[in-house]
Design a protein around this ligand. Structure first.
Ligand SMILES: Nc1ncnc2c1ncn2[C@@H]1O[C@H](COP(=O)(O)OP(=O)(O)OP(=O)(O)O)[C@@H](O)[C@H]1O
Length: 257
């Protein structure tokens, strides 16, 4: 996906996206990071067509995002939001089945294909044994996996995740990020996610986009973007860089503001 010179204001006063250009590489994990309110979710909303920029172009496979028909676009890109309303009394498998809507035509329904996609989505997210349960009966981590399963049933090339680890304890955070990694490595999904945890961004991304005040300040491989100077400039936080544990790789420790 190519974004060129994208600008957007939610209130016609402040530029919430200010001449943003970037390329989302196919088959890679891209993570958007930056301080609260810098425009991460807004950028993701442009990529997922939930907001229309006032200037610039956003293209997927050389075609303007807005020129895709809704169903056609829903077969290309799925998004999981930070907070989702919990539909009462709907079972996991019924909700996940909604992911098949873009694939169904009025008089043509491939029940076998739908069933296989739903099964794959439930298996990938380890929800098979919860499939007949209602969402109300699940934990926060399990619910988050259900929303991902719904997106997976859409069988898209691109999966966008807006702060998928919020509200999860560290076990479920890692479990979710390992799932994202597996989907990328084993199924070739292009992932674009927003994360707050810089160490998780370093560990799970091929490419990091660092934003501040509606602009992209830096982007590239994690070790290129996460530098002492940039973290101090963008977040106003002093950090120590550590690389003393091979299984952890490079990580940072905030030491002061
Ligand atoms: N619908 C809206 N109307 C007015 N202002 C908005 C709207 N949506 C977002 N904003 C403003 O745009 C700015 C960027 O918001 P956005 O949600 O993209 O930031 P973010 O980087 O994702 O923040 P956070 O880390 O806090 O989730 C914020 O200042 C926010 O208040």
């Amino acid at each position: 996906m190519e974004l060129k010179d994208i600008s957007l204001s939610h209130d016609q006063k402040t530029m919430h996206l200010d001449h943003v250009s970037t390329t989302i590489k196919r088959g890679k994990v891209t993570t958007i990071i930056g301080p609260n309110g810098c425009g991460k979710s807004t950028l993701l909303s442009v990529m997922s067509r939930n907001n229309t920029p006032s200037t610039g172009t956003a293209q997927l496979a050389q075609k303007d995002l807005m020129n895709y028909k809704p169903k056609e676009f829903a077969k290309k890109l799925a998004i999981v939001y930070q907070q989702n309303e919990i539909p009462k009394e709907l079972t996991v498998e019924k909700l996940v089945a909604y992911g098949r809507i873009p694939h169904n035509q009025m008089f043509k329904k491939d029940a076998k294909k739908d069933e296989a996609a739903i099964q794959w989505a439930l298996e990938s997210t380890k929800l098979i044994d919860k499939s007949t349960k209602s969402l109300e009966a699940l934990s926060g981590g399990e619910r988050q996996r259900v929303w991902i399963a719904l997106a997976l049933a859409q069988q898209t090339e691109i999966l966008c995740l807006d702060e998928p680890t919020t509200y999860l304890d560290i076990y479920y955070q890692l479990e979710l990020l390992e799932l994202v990694k597996r989907l990328n490595e084993e199924h070739g999904l292009t992932i674009v996610m927003v994360l707050h945890d810089i160490n998780q961004a370093i560990r799970y991304s091929d490419h990091i986009i660092l934003m501040q005040s509606g602009k992209i300040i830096a982007e590239g491989a994690p070790e290129e973007v996460i530098t002492e100077q940039l973290i101090k400039t963008v977040y106003g936080v002093k950090v120590l860089f550590k690389n003393d544990e091979p299984s952890a790789g490079l990580y940072i420790v905030p030491i002061g503001i």
